[in-house]
Design a protein around this ligand. Structure first.
Ligand code: GLU
Length: 299
């Protein structure tokens, strides 16, 4: 499984932009159980780079709900919003290597360009694994001087990965290892190109989920990334960023998502299955653990 010289490190990394739901409980418990079984460490990381949507109230509820579930974690907890300067340094390194470029387009500009292109060719524009249209390359045509002028004028801009340049810089096929339920690991080929020129730094902060998660997992020595299947495709991109920054690649396990009664994905905006709400309706930690398939009292 993992390198025997190294103590395994697991982490649960929620975003405080809503109350945790059953799916988060499952992920947190699975990480803690796997860490315990492997004699490893369990970290909690607060992924709060979305300054507009993250709230102190939700962060407090994360600590409270996880403690209610019987979980403990190492302190201090890393809160990404306190480390924006570190992410900026990494972004600057990609800028210096010309692996990112500024993009001034709004979502509306992008959708309009996609619609124009679909109108002309009659075919659907390709989508990334999350369902968003691949970036149609609007800012690629800007000269460096023009981009500099607009940045200097204070125009809001994101930074996009130049996928072709990034793949060329790495220059070899990328793989990572997927951890199977029986403890063995199998290789997986990463295909980051399917994300296109993805946003690496948002307009409001010098980072993105993808950049921060890769840097933090390496910085915190995470050896096992255990998270929901909805993030499996993002691992291809994370693998590319690890290669660009010469960072180690953890083992990955993407667990099935906990679904609602109708088989739909749970979401933070649906309050019905939030831990808060279940607790309010009298649920006990033991009953919840049993519902999620965990034996209640082995921690
Ligand atoms: N912060 C992400 C989320 O709440 C999870 C990140 C990860 O586990 O890689 O969906």
């Amino acid at each position: 499984m993992s390198d025997v010289r190294q103590q395994p490190v697991f982490r649960f990394a929620p975003s405080p932009n809503g109350f945790l739901h059953l799916g988060h409980a499952y992920s947190a418990l699975l990480n803690a159980r796997m860490a315990h079984a492997a004699g490893g460490r369990f970290l909690l990381r607060i992924e709060d780079i979305d300054l507009g949507r993250c709230r102190q109230e939700y962060e407090a509820a994360i600590y409270d709900d996880l403690a209610w579930l019987g979980l403990g974690w190492e302190k201090p907890v890393r809160r990404q919003s306190a480390h924006l300067g570190e992410y900026r340094v990494a972004l600057d390194s990609l800028r210096e290597r010309r692996l990112v470029y500024p993009c001034f387009a709004t979502r509306r500009d992008i959708m309009a360009a996609v619609a124009r292109s679909e109108g002309k060719n009659g075919g659907p524009w390709p989508r990334d694994p999350a369902g968003a249209p691949l970036y149609p390359g609007l800012a690629r045509a800007l000269s460096a001087a023009e981009a500099e002028r607009r940045i200097a004028a204070g125009e809001p801009h994101a930074w996009r990965l130049d996928m072709a340049a990034a793949l060329a810089a790495v220059g070899q096929p990328l793989t990572y290892r997927r951890l199977l339920p029986d403890g063995r690991a199998e290789p997986v080929v990463a295909v980051p190109a399917r994300w296109g020129d993805v946003v690496i730094a948002r307009k409001d902060v010098p980072t993105s989920y993808h950049l921060s998660v890769v840097l933090d997992d390496a910085l915190q020595g995470v050896t096992h990334v255990v998270r929901g299947a909805d993030l499996e495709a993002a691992t291809d991109l994370h693998r590319l960023l690890q290669a660009l920054f010469d960072l180690p690649t953890p083992l990955y396990h993407h667990h099935p998502l906990v679904l609602d009664g109708e088989g739909g994905k749970l979401s933070k905006s649906l309050q019905s299955e939030s831990l808060r709400d279940l607790r309010g309706r009298g649920a006990t930690p033991g009953a919840l653990l049993r519902r999620l398939g965990f034996a209640p009292d082995v921690s």
